[in-house]
Write a protein that binds this ligand. Structure first.
Ligand code: SAH
Length: 235
């Protein structure tokens, strides 16, 4: 069975958007994954189809109503649907490459996209939504976060990437940032390619790439470097 994604949103026209192009777009038309959207507004009950209301306790902005969102979730995902239910949220657990792998191996995802100031806490609790963040900044809605997450997941679904090797050495896969890359021309504005890469000596090339990856990680991401060192100690 292929990977099934269902997106609950007030802006279904944003999908598939960039996911309809390139690698993920080809995989979508080949049926390696599918994407369905559900318009939350269809579950509104008043004649204005309103989905939000003012926050209890006062304060700025509006909040997505629990009853309407819960109905949308229940319609999209019956109780026996085993897909993880994710709420895009800046308060959530940061999304990582490891999580992308875990999700790519599973049956799919249900993603709820928040808007306004966010969603009523009771729907998060009662529908067991897992809050996931794509980074420490505030977006105006969950849609771009959902697209970002799906892009990272879909390329890891078996059969989507032609050359699976290219995934193995990528940044975050090894615990290190990837080494620099070069291609033709051999001379670009007087800048040449590091000699070792054209030497044909595969052992030397691998050593050089590893040194570069370690150096970049140490300089740019001390957090990843510390984690890498402690995982090396264990193994
Ligand atoms: N008032 C909220 C922010 C609301 S932003 C707060 O301070 O925490 C509106 C919606 O955009 C959120 O409900 C969420 O679905 C989405 N969103 C914003 N930033 C995000 C991020 N970094 N990661 C994932 N989703 C985000």
């Amino acid at each position: 069975m292929s990977f099934r994604s269902t997106i609950l949103t007030l802006y279904p026209d944003m999908f598939p958007g960039p996911l309809g192009q390139s690698l993920s777009g080809r995989a979508l038309s080949r049926g390696l994954w599918d994407l369905e959207t559900s318009q939350i507004r269809e579950f509104a009950t008043d004649k204005h189809r309103s989905v939000d209301d003012t926050p209890a306790g006062g304060g700025a902005g509006m909040v997505l109503r629990a009853d309407i969102l819960a109905k949308a979730i229940d319609a999209a995902a019956p109780a026996d649907d085993l897909r993880p239910r994710i709420l895009m949220s800046p308060r959530g657990k940061p999304f990582t490459q490891q999580r992308a792998h875990e999700l790519a191996e599973g049956p799919g995802v249900i993603i709820v996209c928040g808007r306004f100031e966010g969603v009523d806490q009771r729907v998060i609790d009662s529908r067991d939504l897992e809050e996931v963040s794509i980074g420490d900044y505030i977006l105006s809605g969950g849609e771009i976060g959902a697209i970002t997450m799906l892009d990272a997941i879909v390329r890891l679904i078996p059969g989507v990437m032609g050359n699976m090797e290219s995934a193995d050495t990528e940044s975050f896969e090894t615990g290190l940032l990837e080494h620099p890359q070069y291609t033709r021309p051999a001379d670009f504005e007087g800048l040449t390619i590091p000699e070792v890469l054209t030497s044909g000596n595969h052992k030397k090339i691998a050593e050089w790439q590893m040194e570069q990856a370690e150096k970049l990680t140490r300089q740019r991401r001390p957090d990843l470097w510390e984690a890498y060192l402690s995982s090396e100690d264990e193994s």
